[in-house]
Design a protein around this ligand. Sequence first.
Ligand code: HEM
Length: 491
Amino acid sequence: MSGTYSNANPDVQGRQPELSKPLIADLIPKPFIPWAPRPRTNPVGALMQLYLLARNPIETWSKAHYQQPVLSGPSLIGHVVVVNEPAAIRRVFIDNCANYEKDPLQLRVLRAGSKAGAGDGLLVAGGESWKRTRRTLAPLFTPRRVAAFAPLMQMKAQARIEAWMRRRPGSIIEIDREMGRVAYDVLSATLFSDALADGSAGFTRADFEREMSQLLDSIGRIDPLDVLGAPDWMPRLHRRAARNSRDWFEGAVTRLVATRSAQMQAYPARTPDDLLTALLAASDPETGAGLSDGDVAANLFTFIAAGHETTARALAWTLHLLARAPYWQERARAEALAASDDPSQWADNLPVIRAVLDESMRLFPPVPHMSRIALEPDQLAGTSVPAGAIVIVAPWLLHRHELLWDKPSAFMPERFLPGARESIERFAYLPFGAGPRVCIGATFAMQEAMIVLASVLRSVRLAPAHAHEPRPLLRITLRPDERIPLIVHPI
Ligand code: HEM
């Protein structure tokens, strides 16, 4: 039987098994191959390249990008070096990282819409300011601190699942939207002790979702004028929308910081123990200096922008894949059902669910593209890198590279199971980046994703609502081009 949910064989006592409960052994683990753009075989002209960059940059990659360790040459944005060789990537991110700074085009995109003079959050800061901020924020994300959020994460996931369970069995949910809601509720609880959820921050979840989607969609579109290096005063197509959403977030975040600051001074004993309080109280372990209110607001916004979409996307793509790969859904469910009831144990002790999540982030990395600028000339895997070159490390390419992965397009979580995962090269798999600028929220995100997945698997069975598959679209994060409808059945 090939991965459907029906099983017509009567059991030994002649009873018909329930239709919605497949037996793991009956499901043939034939790898599911999700839709992906076909690599280009012919070079595209400059105009077509501009068009594709604006439409969906992952469509610009050619066959050679999936086959060669390093590709170097002139392009619309200057000299570009695309690196897919693990030792060379290690050199960019670690061994010679002082030579590779975040590149100006990426920074312009990420800062788009922010007011002149607004503080830089950790994601876009550079030099000494980045070092200071990173030292100051690191203690907020230690494994111990993150583990303390596990019960809240489970509670938020469970509340969402219960809303599904109240519907008729077989109802359709849009899993991308649902995972956006869970990620929002988790952020709201851990960052602001639910000040977002109860509306006391002056806006609702719907406001937040609309503005976040608008912000990422508008800043995430590569503007031809940015690619061509046109001066900043020239009007960009999507910048006005980005600026409106950015203003909205800056206003909301500034209000949250001011309210909490005042509360901490007036009633120190009643201050909630959440990430916002930790941010306001944080100090540089070397100098003892705290963050200014502007820096707190900028970093709060960064946590929201960097942490919400990425985690929601990782979860939505994973559940999409599990809905299409019933063998893995059942295997992961068996593990979730056998797990202890303590969610703080789930992140590190569920190897099948972890393998499914890792494999999903291999195929659909929430951050599919990273880039740096070379300050001085260098050599990467025997290729000369001129000063000023843009160096691209694209998890989308790296994770599907033919020299690094067997059957790169297939969903095969077994490659991440204990015994197999040890042979994966560290710098061949980079969903969270690497080196000093590795994702500061990786432990938080992995714990959240594991808890949400285990909670979903313990409660419901998921199947695709129709045969058509969502297509990945690069808008800073990797989002589906349309909603992902799934059928839910309580188990
Ligand atoms: C599945 C979820 C996530 C993924 C895949 C992800 C991925 C990444 C990647 C690839 C980078 C490095 C970018 C580069 O080197 O150019 C990064 C940086 C960053 N991430 Fe995440 N992230 C996730 C969740 C989070 C969360 C939950 C937070 C915060 C609450 C967060 C905050 C940040 C910050 C602040 C940086 C900048 C770090 C620095 O430059 O020092 N991320 N993330």
